[in-house]
Design a protein. Structure first.
Length: 587
């Protein structure tokens, strides 16, 4: 026995109900033409994910329900499973009581009881709803604030004669949880609809969970995930079909929209007794040659991160109506990487580089910036900031009747550059400045508030050491295409420097990045104490200093533009630390 399934890995936009509907309808038509018995879509595909406080608007929930009915009306003999939000009371969906102390949705905000559901559609009707049971409330997730969880369910839908269980995202991650309930209810295939954001290492963890659930339940799993950028989040897709032994049978490429079609053979599944089933269809729709799909290779870490940054920038700009970007090109690795990413995201004609040399800027850095621009094919203008620097130094110095202190003078140059970049972007249409600070610098406060201006931060979650690897990766990609590597080797090989004072190098103020970055990961991502980090072999004084810098820079980070998340714990919603905070751990 087999069933032809389609996993529609689409790129929805939060709030674009009609646009998301059209994407869904297009995929349904494609799946129907291929004779699919079932097509599934990501979690909250109708609303986009995460909809956040949009769903507190009753009108938005009503409109989402209207769109669901429109999609249902278009559903024919191919069963559709799609994620959306519904008013649980109006649709008769059983959820955990609102007075449960863990779940206060509907009390604090005085809005209808909402459920995050997978809707099952067939021949113009909504056949049923499956409400998400496990609501994540960690990292970037905040679902317990908005939804109530569904009750335990062993509801099974018989599609093309195959018992199919349906679940939503987090429900798949619990051992002996909802997946086992569905298998106990007779499901031979489990469809899991998801909106799982990308971060380094998430793909491996995700597959491990899917494989383990398949082996534990002796059921095949169809995993469909959202793709695309949404504010700071990037969804990689990476949808897949896994057999009962936990082996990938077919998967979608990462970071692109895709319709994965596969004829899933369930003959090896043991016969199971059905007790709570809804019979939808009894026979397969297609007798055409079987579709076996394709297993795409796993991308390298650099390829994953670079693809995520390109997609995240492309979608942030496009979904918010921006067409062009302005980047301050210093000849350093940060601005060079961002320029390459921007060109790959929106094209060279939409990227403007601005060189702003000061009295301390070296000729080789100015030359590197120009060579980068030439290789990328972007326009670059030069603004000499010395007149403004001299004037501002005299003006501010007059208050103290003395020369400005070294750090003040350095910060002043950065702020002058910031004013210039913002002025240029403001004088252009639909243009945003991209900030150039990386995660390592932001973690320890090695930036000025003036230097961190802009509308979007492409690399704010990328450690400096990874940036060097990304530059090398992008050059290798070009070589593989018989193109000129976009980033000059001198940019990658020279010591990092802000060039705000004579002979300045980053190592004058910070530990070497190959030491700094592992300490930052241990403290920020792994939540280790100073002594625990020292136990890993790091110098005590270095660790103590780095931890102090991280803690004292919280007020500066809070004022930064939003940036793309690629680590397991990015600054912002992932890591919510109080600015006013006197806690210092005992050492």
């Amino acid at each position: 026995m087999s069933i032809r399934i389609a996993a529609a890995q689409i790129n929805p936009t939060v709030g674009d109900l009609n646009g998301n509907r059209d994407k869904i309808l297009h995929a349904i038509d494609s799946a129907d033409e291929m004779g699919c018995d079932l097509v599934c879509f990501p979690e909250l595909a109708i609303t986009g994910y995460p909809p956040e406080d949009l769903i507190l608007k009753e009108g938005f929930v009503r409109d989402a329900r209207r769109v669901l009915d429109e999609i249902a009306a278009a559903a024919g003999d191919c069963v559709v499973i799609v994620g959306t939000v519904v008013n649980a009371q109006e649709d008769g969906i059983q959820v955990v009581a609102a007075n449960d102390a863990r779940h206060s949705s509907g009390q604090i905000f005085n809005h209808p009881i909402l459920a995050n559901v997978a809707a099952v559609l067939f021949r113009g009707e909504v056949v049923g709803f499956i409400a998400k049971q496990l609501l994540p409330n960690y990292g970037v997730f905040d679902e317990q604030r908005l939804f109530l969880p569904g009750i335990l369910s062993d509801q099974v839908f018989v599609i093309a004669g195959v018992p199919v269980g349906v679940m939503v995202c987090e429900d798949l991650w619990m051992e002996d949880g909802p997946a086992q309930d569905l298998a106990d209810g007779g499901a031979s295939v489990i469809v899991s609809i998801n909106a799982s954001p990308f971060s380094v290492g998430q793909g491996e963890a995700r597959f491990s969970v899917i494989s383990n659930r398949a082996k534990e339940t002796n059921a095949s799993i169809v995993y469909v995930n959202q793709v695309g950028g949404q504010d700071e989040l990037v969804f990689d897709g990476s949808s897949m079909v896994v057999d009962q032994d936990g082996k990938i049978l077919s998967n979608s490429p990462s970071f692109v929209e895709d319709l994965l079609v596969y004829d899933l053979d369930i003959s090896k599944t043991d016969e199971r007794k059905l007790e709570n089933e809804i019979i939808i269809s009894e026979a397969v729709r297609s007798f055409s040659p079987r579709v076996f799909g394709f297993v795409n290779p796993v991308l390298s870490e650099e390829a994953q991160v670079y693809s995520a940054l390109v997609l995240g920038l492309h979608d942030y700009l496009g979904k918010n109506g921006f067409t062009d970007v302005v980047i301050g090109l210093s000849g350093g690795v940060d601005s060079s990487a961002i320029a390459a990413i921007a060109v790959d995201a929106i094209g060279a004609n939409h990227v403007l580089g601005i060189s702003q040399p000061s009295r301390y800027s070296s000729d080789h850095s100015r030359g590197d910036a120009q060579e980068l621009a030439d290789r990328l094919g972007i326009k670059m203008n030069t603004i000499f900031i010395e007149p403004a620097h001299a004037s501002m130094t005299q003006m501010i110095g007059g208050v103290f009747k003395d020369d400005l202190k070294g750090l003040t003078d350095e910060n002043l140059q950065a702020r002058i550059r910031a004013v210039s970049l913002m002025g240029i972007a403001n004088n252009m249409e639909r243009t945003v400045v991209l900030t150039t600070g990386n995660r390592s610098e932001l973690a320890v406060g090695y930036f000025t508030l003036g230097d961190s201006i802009g509308g979007f931060s492409t690399i704010s979650d990328v450690p400096k050491t990874m940036l060097f690897n990304l530059c090398r990766y992008r050059n290798e990609l070009a070589i593989g295409r018989d193109e000129i590597p976009p980033i000059p080797e001198s940019v990658i090989s020279k010591p990092p420097s802000a060039e705000l004072s004579p002979g300045q190098e980053d190592s004058d103020s910070l530990p070497p990045y190959d030491i700094l970055d592992p300490i930052l990961k241990a403290y920020i991502e792994d939540n280790l104490t100073t002594s625990e980090i020292v136990d890993q072999g790091f110098d005590f004084n270095t660790v103590k200093r780095v931890v102090g810098l991280v803690d004292s820079a919280e007020f500066k980070r809070r004022q930064l533009p939003m940036g793309i998340k690629i680590t397991s714990k990015s600054f912002g919603r992932d890591r919510r630390m109080p600015i006013t905070n006197r806690y210092r751990p005992q050492i």
